[in-house]
Ligand binder design. Structure first.
Ligand code: F6R
Length: 253
């Protein structure tokens, strides 16, 4: 597990974008696993800048992690709308090569199956992740079990509270989502987990330390052979304090 700590999220985003540019440039049919939320926004801004500087996404396929149940792509808070607003409209990725689960279909079980098929046919080269304050990745919430494939999940209270900032009120946040399971994340050739700000410091520390546990889904990344935590100073705070403490103990016996 690699840990990269940057002075601020903009510099962290440049690093992550450079890693993605390398994959896009050196892979014949690159597949990018993408996340939504506040965290990847500076990364997407940077990718747009790279595109304006000449990087093409015309041969890229994207696979998003999740979508709210009940929101059509036209809903401003849907993850379909988010991806359009922050990335897709600015780059030359082909619409038919972008994939996001549909949360507005009647047959959600059928949609989960369909999405698993899409993933099976497009193994992910680099997976971008954020992390929830409760340690979720995608919308794989803390639970007694973790799911392998795409599934419908009831969002945790902390997730609804955290995401209510995008809606007029907490009541308007959908309480269910459709999310990929852990298999495509663990099978991705490379994982970049981005975390910015002190609110994530505890979840980050819990993910990288201790045993793998279903109560902290991101801890499963410890078994992935190529994962990098891309952090700013805030998100790295608890980790850095612990390192300092270990160092002091070592130096003073
Ligand atoms: C979003 C997703 C979530 C978010 C996480 C952090 O597609 O899968 O796991 O990455 O909830 O959200 P932000 O970045 O808004 O703090």
């Amino acid at each position: 597990m690699n840990i990269r700590i940057f002075s601020d999220e903009r510099t962290a985003a440049v690093y992550a974008a450079a890693v993605i540019e390398y994959v896009v440039q050196t892979t014949e049919h690159p597949v990018l696993g993408l996340a939504t939320g506040s965290t990847p926004v500076p990364l997407y801004d940077q990718l747009v800048e790279f595109h304006q500087a000449g990087l093409s996404f015309a041969h890229v396929t994207t696979i998003n992690l999740d979508e709210y149940v009940g929101l059509p792509p036209s809903h401003p808070q849907s993850y379909h709308a988010f991806m359009e607003e922050h990335l897709f409209r600015y780059i030359d990725v082909r619409k038919e090569n972008t994939n996001i689960p549909r949360g507005d279909v009647q047959d959600l079980a059928g949609e989960c199956k369909r999405y698993d098929e899409v993933i099976k046919n497009h193994p992910i080269d680099v997976q971008v992740l954020g992390i929830g304050v409760n340690g979720h990745i995608g919308f794989n919430e803390p639970d007694s079990v973790l799911k392998v494939g795409t599934h419908v999940v009831t969002l945790a209270e902390e997730t609804i509270a955290a995401n209510s900032r995008f809606f007029a009120s907490t009541q308007e946040v959908p309480n269910r989502a459709i999310t990929v399971g852990l298999q495509p994340i663990l099978r991705a050739k490379k994982v970049l987990l981005l975390a910015f700000g002190e609110a994530k410091a505890q979840a980050v520390m819990q993910a990288i330390s201790g045993d793998v546990r279903t109560s902290l889904p991101a801890s499963i990344l410890q078994v992935h052979p190529n994962v990098t935590f891309v952090l700013d100073q805030g998100a790295a705070r608890v980790f850095l304090e612990e390192e300092k403490r270990k160092h002091a103990t070592y130096n003073h016996g």
